[in-house]
Design a protein around this ligand. Structure first.
Ligand SMILES: C[S@@+](CC[C@H](N)C(=O)[O-])C[C@H]1O[C@@H](n2cnc3c(N)ncnc32)[C@H](O)[C@@H]1O
Length: 228
């Protein structure tokens, strides 16, 4: 009897894992489809004008050493990296995105090859070794991440000690004790300043400051302490 129950529980556990994996796969497939469809028009429709204004404001807060190696998570068509590579002539940058079509546009308009390169991947499992990047950026992409804590752990892993993570996304001001809000039917999630701080510190990233860039779009700067 006991062993029958044990087998039943084990089967239920396996079924639950399979359903969970299926839901996660569907989530990423839907995101990929959305951004693949958006890619060809992304750079000339209104949201992009707004996003570029955000990149411009972000640069007012970006402080980088001369020979810096940076990563842009959810880089889209690569506009932010282009801007960074123009402003910092010795900067090397990698753009990572889950949408092959976004990356195709980024590669076609890459004026700084081979200083800038673009690769396909998920922010939740970065294909890089430890301490590879002096700075990591994420602009209007964090809201799409299914596992924000996992992404922040990955950011902490690939950052050099003393490196910075520049997180730019929509926020809201209502503080809650919860680190994680339910995901909306559109598959997005916003985080308050306090929630960002809690998520960061759970991954070993210290919040340095918050800055409103445009309306509800908030930049949070994190650093990886030199003695983790
Ligand atoms: C609204 S666009 C922003 C693009 C760019 N950062 C900008 O500022 O214009 C969001 C991007 O995040 C990418 N993305 C969403 N979820 C992702 C994930 N889990 N891993 C990697 N990229 C992701 C999408 O493919 C899309 O290109």
């Amino acid at each position: 009897m006991v062993s029958t129950l044990t087998v039943l529980h084990a089967r239920l556990d396996i079924a639950a894992v399979q359903v969970g994996t299926q839901m996660t796969d569907n989530f990423f497939a839907n995101k990929k489809r959305l951004f693949n469809n958006w890619a060809s028009s992304y750079d000339w429709i209104f949201p992009s004008v707004f996003y570029r204004a955000i990149h411009q404001r972000l640069l007012e807060y970006v402080d980088l050493p001369e020979r810096v190696n940076v990563l842009d998570l959810g880089c889209g068509t690569g506009r932010l990296l282009e801007r960074l590579a123009t402003k910092f002539p010795h900067l090397r940058g990698t753009g990572l995105d889950l949408s092959p079509n976004m990356l195709r546009v980024a590669r076609l308009s890459n004026h700084h090859h081979p200083r800038l390169i673009y690769i396909e991947g998920k922010a939740e499992s970065l294909p890089f070794g430890e301490a590879q990047f002096d700075a990591v950026f994420s602009t209007i992409s964090f809201l799409h991440y299914l596992e924000p804590q996992q992404v922040l752990s990955e950011v902490a892993r690939v950052l050099t000690p003393g490196g910075c993570f520049y997180l730019v996304d929509f926020t809201f001001n209502k503080e809650t004790e919860s680190e994680k809000l339910p995901i909306s039917p559109l598959g997005i999630r916003f985080y308050s300043p306090k929630q960002r701080e809690m998520l960061g510190s759970s991954s070993g990233l210290l919040c340095v400051s918050h800055h409103y860039l445009l309306g509800p779009v908030l930049l949070t700067i994190f650093t990886k302490p030199t003695l983790l």
